[in-house]
Design a protein around this ligand. Sequence first.
Ligand code: SF4
Length: 183
Amino acid sequence: MLQQTQVDRVLPKYGEWLRKYPSLEALAAARAGEVNRTWRPLGYNARPQRLHAIAREVVARYDGRLPSDEKTLRSFKGIGAYTAGAVQSFAFGRRAPIVDTNVARVLFRVFVGRGNRNEPAVKKRLWSLSAILLPRRDVFDFNQALMDLGAMVCVARRPRCPICPMSPICRAYPFTPDQEEAS
Ligand code: SF4
């Protein structure tokens, strides 16, 4: 729900969604039209259809329990590397990397410093870095902290370098916009 959608818009819909579909079984049993109507104001209408399809597949093939391993998660249509990492890390507490826009920005600035972080080779490196950096414990907190750092301190424009805990090791410090070819 939050991907490219503001928190303020998502919050009421998130509550309504969970009230209507408190389990994968409830979502799987719902009619497609109703699921789409519940989601509609959020846009990106392929998403409720995919969630609905995933819920039905999980009920049919996995007894209603979402698998926790990356390979099976990524076998569901609509679950890519980011979502698989988020589900593993946040739902199951597993050691899985997550690279969303905020995390990619932080890792790029701290460990690369300048250039274009959207180049495929750079993206691949950011995923590798994210995996290497994972602590043995408290992965949930680590991933959440990286996301928060990107959302609140190392923001796209005018990052708050003077208060940033990463500044002593950051290759982009002190940040200037001309360091990045894309954001
Ligand atoms: S020092 Fe600045 S550029 Fe580097 S991670 Fe912190 S906020 Fe981002």
